[in-house]
Each structure stands twice: as structure tokens, then as C-alpha cells.
Design a protein around this ligand. Structure first.
Ligand code: COA
Length: 436
């Protein structure tokens, strides 16, 4: 038996045993999003319930259902403190109540912040089965896990047969892990956002802005998925993205996104984390056409910029008449996070390409306009007006870069729903953007 097999066997234990070694008072980083280690999180919550911790702090980006059911459960909230770096349905309410902390951050900077500023004691990660050389794949989440493994004094890997083994640089060797817990459970599936009435128009507008041969990034939420559907007739697209989504599987399988004209990672789609359906996770498994890399690689703006002409498409919640985009809060309520939006807005510009911030003109079933005279009190600027390039709603597209506040206000009013345009024009005049 080779050395790593002995090591693997000697490190193998139950989730309870592995979690028992977490020091009281520890700061624990757990895998993000679909990379949550389900059994380990369950064991942490059980230990908290049994009085096994006085206090422990846990953190991740985009927690999903396993976090919600375990460590974020209200009955352990007095013991398990939560630090969110990107809020989701699982922790949004706790952040709003002030029961959880939130760290504002650009996604590509998270690994350095882990290495330099966070006092990380423990990393709990999910990995694939081990291969013949002792390596396990980080699968759907290479994003911040390599930094967490490097920084934490105690690293526990939950080995799950359902985790895809993905090419790229998201590998961890048995020797880098302190405890191994085997637990097979299908990965959490995220539903594809429902198709909305505005999608066809918005998809057509954006697909006309994407030339054949372009490398694209599509962000999180409804609009980017709608765009993927509208690219079915394109040719030779490339994918360099932070989040891999179901729409990309269709583009690759149909030959539309073959990566043949990419300047880096030619012929390969690259991503930092993946979230979607089982079909997508199966597609990623041992697929030489796809690579996963840490987010300080995929989202580092200078790396994005190597993809000449890259086009990024991200969504926003609210945009003011000068182009400031709030894409992560509803007023002062943290809805999500900055994620990689600004990373890609900046990288796309430096690539000589185009960033597109796309939005449905209204929210709340048409009751509120997403184009507003000024952002709501407390709203967070995710993409500053100095960075915003193109904007798109179901009413069309406009370039804001290089345009004055007058030209921006004029353009944005035309992207707003017609029922809000008069009111927006009055405000624009009041603020001196338009002549009164
Ligand atoms: N006022 C009040 N409520 C608003 C609103 C507004 N201006 N805009 C949106 N909302 C509400 C919606 O009604 C919806 O509420 P519901 O869930 O109760 O229906 C909710 O906020 C989400 O809005 P929606 O636009 O449908 O969200 P989405 O799932 O399409 O995601 C973002 C859009 C902007 C939140 C998402 O893209 C994001 O988090 N972006 C920041 C990070 C990022 O872009 N990363 C890029 C790389 S992945």
C-alpha cells in the first residue's frame, strides 16, 4: 500500500470525531455554496446543541441548504456566530437582524484576506473521492478553499462520491488534510431561475452585443441565465467566468462555446464555483473541456483582461440616474454581496471588451422602478458610476462610459419603465442633470 493510502486510512474518522477536535472559540471557514460539507456542518450544530462549545464563529460565502438546516439554525445561534461574506436566502435575515456579521469584499480579494487578515483556525471543506495518487478535487468550489486549507491549523475534508472531479488547479492532497470524513450525499441543486416576460427582449439585446468568438462571463441571478438562452445561434464563444451555471452546459454541449478563439485556456471553459443542477455537476466531472481555479486567479482583473474583448454580463437591483449600481442590497438590507461583479466590470474594460449591467426595469411586480433618481438610503454601491460601461433593460441598451451625467440620465430614463419616466425626468431636472 502506498504511503498516502496509509495516511488516508489513519485520518479517516466520523464527522463527530473530526468536529470534536475543533477548539472552543475557533474561527471556522466552511466551503462556500454547493461546497458545503453537509455531515460536518451537522456535527458542528449537534456539538453546539449538546453544550460542546461555549462559542464558535463560522463563515462562508453564499451559504445554502445544509448551512440553513444546521449551523444557521436558530436554536444554536447563541453558540455559533456567523460571518457572511456574501449573503443568501440562508443568512440574509440573520444579517438584517444584526445576529450575523457581514464582511464587504471583492471576490478576487477573499483569498488574500483569508491569508493575511482572518484568524482562521479551522477549514471544513467538501471534496471528491481520492484518486490513485492521493489527490481529491475541490470540484464545484476551488474559489477560496485553497487559501483556507493553507491558512487553517486544522483542515477537515468531507469526501463525497457525488462531488465531481474537475480539471484545473482545484486539487488537494491527502497529506494537506488533518481529518477525513466520508459522507456520500447528492450535491445541493439550485433551480434555474424562472423565465420572465422581459427575458426574450433583454436576451436579444444582449446577444446582439456579443460577437461570435467572444469570451463571456455571466453572473448570478435571472438575467445572466436568460442571456445564456439567447446565445444559442452564436459561434466560437469562450467562457471565463466566476460562477458556472446550467446555461453554460447547453452552450458547450451544442458547440456554441468551444473556446477555440480564447487567448488563454484555449478550448477550455474556466470557473471558480459552480451551482446548478445534477446534470451540470455530472457534466463537470472529469471533463477535459472545463477547469476550476481559485477566485484570485479567475477574477483577478488582470487575468480577466487577458481575454481580449471579454464581455461580462451581471445584474443589478437599483441604478441611479448617473449610473451608480446597487447590486447587493435593498436599501440598507444586505441581499447578496459584491461578489465578482466589479472584478469583471474592470477586467472586461481592461480587456478592451464590454461589461454589461442588465436589469429588469421594475421589481416587486412592477410596483417599483429599478432606475431611481438617487439610490435608496443605505443602498450599497457595487459598481461605481466611474466603472459602469453598458447598461441594458428590456427597453434597450445604452453606453454610459464616456457620457456626461446629462447623457446618462437621458439614456437611463429611456431604459426605465414608461410609467416612471416622467417622474424620473422631473428629478433629473431638479438635480441639474437635465435642463429644467
Ligand atoms: N427594490 C425593491 N426590491 C427589489 C429591487 C428594488 N429595486 N430589485 C430587486 N428587488 C427584489 C426583487 O423583487 C426580488 O425579491 P423576491 O425574491 O421577493 O421576488 C429580489 O429583490 C431579487 O431580485 P432579482 O433582481 O430578481 O434577483 P436575482 O436573483 O436576479 O439577482 C442580483 C440579482 C443583482 C441580486 C444578483 O445578480 C447579485 O447578487 N449580484 C451581485 C453579485 C454579482 O453580480 N456577482 C457577479 C458574478 S456571479
Amino acid at each position: 500500500m502506498s504511503d498516502w493510502r496509509h495516511e488516508y486510512d489513519s485520518k479517516r474518522q466520523s464527522a463527530e470525531e473530526a468536529v470534536a477536535a475543533i477548539p472552543d472559540g475557533a474561527f471556522v471557514l466552511q466551503g462556500n455554496a454547493i461546497g458545503e460539507p453537509a455531515a460536518l456542518l451537522g456535527a458542528v450544530a449537534d456539538r453546539a446543541r449538546a453544550g460542546g462549545f461555549k462559542s464558535v464563529k463560522m463563515a462562508s460565502l453564499l451559504p445554502t441548504k445544509h448551512s440553513a438546516a444546521t449551523i444557521l439554525s436558530p436554536d444554536v445561534a447563541d453558540v455559533i456566530g456567523w460571518v457572511s461574506l456574501f449573503a443568501s436566502g440562508a443568512d440574509r435575515a440573520a444579517v438584517r437582524r444584526g445576529d450575523a456579521e457581514f464582511i464587504p469584499i471583492q471576490f478576487h480579494q477573499v483569498p488574500r484576506v483569508i491569508r493575511e487578515y482572518l484568524e482562521v483556525d479551522v477549514a471544513l471543506i467538501a471534496v471528491s473521492r481520492v484518486d490513485d495518487r492521493g489527490y481529491m478535487s475541490l470540484g464545484v468550489n476551488a474559489d477560496t478553499n485553497l487559501a483556507a486549507i493553507e491558512k487553517a491549523g486544522y483542515v477537515v475534508a468531507e469526501v463525497n462520491q457525488h462531488m465531481p472531479r474537475v480539471h484545473g488547479s482545484g486539487w488537494v492532497h491527502v497529506s494537506e488534510i488533518d481529518a477525513i470524513v466520508e459522507h456520500d450525499e447528492p450535491l445541493t441543486e439550485l433551480p434555474v431561475p424562472p423565465v420572465r416576460d422581459e427575458d426574450a427582449q433583454m436576451g436579444t439585446t444582449i446577444s446582439e452585443m456579443i460577437p461570435n468568438g467572444a469570451t463571456i462571463q455571466l453572473g448570478i441571478g435571472g438575467v445572466p441565465n436568460a442571456v445564456a438562452r439567447s446565445l444559442r445561434h452564436h459561434r466560437d464563444l469562450g467562457i471565463h467566468t466566476e460562477m458556472f451555471v446550467d446555461g453554460m452546459v447547453d452552450l458547450i454541449e451544442s458547440g456554441v462555446a468551444n473556446g477555440s478563439r480564447k487567448k488563454t485556456h484555449v478550448g477550455k471553459a474556466i470557473y471558480a464555483f459552480a451551482a446548478g443542477s445534477k446534470r451540470m455537476y455530472d457534466f463537470l466531472d472529469d471533463n477535459p473541456g472545463v477547469e476550476v481555479h481559485p477566485v484570485d486567479y479567475t477574477n483577478y482583473p488582470a487575468n480577466i483582461a487577458k481575454n481580449e474583448g471579454l464581455i461580462s454580463v451581471n445584474a443589478t437591483i437599483q441604478i441611479d440616474l448617473t449610473g451608480q449600481c446597487c447590486s447587493e442590497s435593498i436599501g440598507a438590507e444586505q441581499f447578496s454581496g459584491t461578489g465578482g461583479q466589479l472584478d469583471f466590470v474592470r477586467g472586461a474594460f481592461d480587456a478592451g471588451g464590454t461589461s454589461i449591467i442588465a436589469f429588469y426595469s421594475t421589481a416587486k411586480s412592477g410596483a417599483v422602478s429599478r432606475v431611481v433618481p438617487t439610490l435608496s438610503p443605505g443602498a450599497v454601491v457595487t459598481t461605481p458610476r466611474t466603472d459602469v460601461h453598458y447598461v441594458v433593460s428590456e427597453y434597450g441598451a445604452a453606453r454610459l462610459k464616456g457620457r456626461s451625467t446629462r447623457e446618462r440620465a437621458q439614456a437611463l430614463i429611456l431604459l426605465a419603465h414608461p410609467k416612471f419616466r416622467e417622474e424620473l425626468s422631473r428629478s433629473a431636472a431638479e438635480f441639474g442633470y437635465l435642463a429644467g
